[in-house]
Design a protein around this ligand. Sequence first.
Ligand SMILES: [Zn+2]
Length: 155
Amino acid sequence: MAPTKEKLIEQQTLQERCLQSGIRMTNQRRLLANVLDDSDDHPDVDTIYQRCKAKDKFTSIASVYRTLSIFEDSGLIKKLDVGDGKARFEIKRTDHDHLMDVETGQIHEFKSQQLQRLIEEIASEMGFELTEHRLEIYGRKHGRTACRCYEIKVY
Ligand SMILES: [Zn+2]
């Protein structure tokens, strides 16, 4: 079965989810949550820092790192490795996977029920119940044909 084109929209904002998780919202944390809420790509730390700085010139890179690790430890955001040595971040949403175009650096998001079933099966054969999975695949597009992936978003 082909990957679905289901939208991966999260109803709640990151800020709301932070509050629900009991994270004390300082101005810096609120700012960073807003920046991530407004980002519809997979920004790296530097990009996040620039976006925060555009809204508050007193933002420090150290506080961006600190806040990102608090959000990550609380399971609200996810770190991605796209193979270029820079960690990318996204707000945790419905399980989905990423395909990296090794030539352009674009990140294509996809979701596949077939893959989901296979992973559940593997976990189950190993005596586990699947709670989460993370998969990053890398590829080079054939020739100059348009992207045929069932992307949900392309960055
Ligand atoms: Zn993603």
